[in-house]
Design a protein around this ligand. Sequence first.
Ligand code: ZN
Length: 128
Amino acid sequence: MIVSLHVALGGAAGALVRSRPLALLLGPPLHVAGDRVPHEDIPDRSFEIGSGLVALGVLAARRGPLDPAVLGGAACAMPDLEHVMPALRLGGEKVFHRGGGRHGVGISAEAQLLVAGAVVGFLLRRRR
Ligand SMILES: [Zn+2]
């Protein structure tokens, strides 16, 4: 699943639970669950990382860096760091991406981007 959608879904979960520890706790399992859904990937790693950081950045700018939505988004995207930082793997094994998952079929990358944008936009709306 694309990084920005992980950020969006983790952010939505954080906004729902309104608890920082809970948001941090929910992130990684939500990531694994998201990756289980058949999906296309974006082969462009720098776009993936960039769009994830942008999504996280606008959320942090709007809601504050320690908002549960921001922490949830970060915690949910975090497992993808093991793709780019082998040091995070346990004994060389990926922790969150065992078995490879299902790739190349299912939800298109465009649809995921659209949902990610919609969810992040929703989380950016002014709160009362
Ligand atoms: Zn992943």
